[in-house]
Design a binder for this molecule. Structure first.
Ligand SMILES: [Zn+2]
Length: 339
């Protein structure tokens, strides 16, 4: 077990230090040990922060698999959410220290997948996941992959993964407007597969430049401002689209971390984007919070820029789905943990 846990932490750190793979507390990893034990990232932690005694929760994933085998997908979603929360809570192996962490919102689909699981918000996969032509292109590149249409994170997504999977088996799942899931018998297998997919997509799209380095620096009056590479140019290049940041939603974390974005000075927004100057200002918030939004915003800009560069068509999340995410208790919890 010690070895499996150690290798899980290793790949989590490798994936977690890449802002082109995960942004903020997004993405998660897990390993199944023996019959009834799955160690998974806790909600609200960054992948790069995981340690043997930090940010991990142990659950009996069989209880969760059993629960999902009874869900038909036609039930009232509120009832399923309540029951799921009860089952997941009941599946947690309590720690001797009494510390109570909440397992990742995606514990459901991790339970259904292979031994080692990596779920990332890779911007490369998301160029296709957030474009209308993406599925067709990816299915030619990765014949064995499973495509899951957009579902809100958590329970609905788990039901969606189960439905898309059917009786098949796969180590690759592309999640529309969300990210990617890869599995492996060993941590290295899963990591290598994630790298192979990244390299394949980058090659196909001829992406040779470095992903922007994320940088947030102090500004006047205790505020922060963006100094990430290329951001100023990208904002000005996609001025009209950036102005619709609240409406052009490509993935759920955009809403979780970017719900207080505005464009007018002195209008009271914590995050203000000046599209003419190509600048982002952070007011009344911690450096960590500003940095998290910066990671999410750069990912959003990068995906939009690449989609346009290749003449693909943006596929966004609908207004109804936006409202659903903004009201999710689990997402409010995740946001609260980002201090
Ligand atoms: Zn995710």
């Amino acid at each position: 077990m010690a070895h499996e846990l150690k290798s899980l932490i290793e790949i989590s750190k490798k994936i977690g230090k890449r802002p082109d793979y995960v942004q903020g507390g997004g993405g998660n990893t897990s390993v199944k040990i023996g019959k009834n034990k799955m160690i998974i990232k806790a909600s609200g932690f960054r992948l790069s922060e995981l340690r043997v005694k930090k940010g991990l929760v142990s659950v009996d994933h069989q209880k969760i698999v059993q629960f999902y085998s009874t869900v038909k997908g036609r039930e009232n979603i509120t009832d399923v959410i309540i029951e799921n929360d009860r089952v997941v809570k009941d599946s947690i192996h309590k720690k001797r220290s009494g510390e109570e962490l909440r397992p990742s919102i995606e514990t459901g689909f991790h339970s259904l997948a292979g031994k080692f699981v990596i779920h990332s918000h890779s911007v490369y996969a998301n160029i296709f996941n957030c474009s209308k032509e993406g599925k067709k292109i990816l299915s030619k590149m990765f014949k064995e992959a499973i495509f899951v249409p957009y579902y809100p994170p958590g329970i609905s997504l788990t039901i969606g993964v189960r439905k898309a999977l059917g009786k098949r088996e796969s180590k690759i799942f592309f999640l529309e407007n969300h990210g990617i899931v890869v599995c492996g018998e060993t941590a290295e297998d899963a990591y290598v597969l994630h790298e192979e997919i990244t390299n394949c997509i980058k090659k196909d799209l001829k992406i040779r430049s470095q992903y922007p380095k994320i940088k947030v620096v102090s500004a006047e009056n205790g505020c922060f401002k963006s100094e990430s590479d290329q951001v100023s140019d990208l904002i000005r290049k996609h001025k009209k689209t950036v102005k619709k940041f609240r409406k052009i939603v490509l993935f759920p974390d955009q809403l979780v971390y970017g719900d207080d974005v505005g464009f007018l000075a002195n209008a009271g927004f914590s995050i203000r984007i000046d599209v003419d100057k190509g600048a982002v200002f952070y007011n009344n918030m911690s450096y960590a919070k500003a940095f998290t939004f910066e990671e999410v915003f750069v990912a959003w800009l990068f995906i939009i820029d690449q989609i346009r560069r290749f003449g693909l068509t943006l596929k966004t999340i609908s207004k109804k789905e936006i409202d659903f995410i903004l009201n999710m208790e689990s997402e409010k919890y995740r946001k609260k943990l980002c201090k």
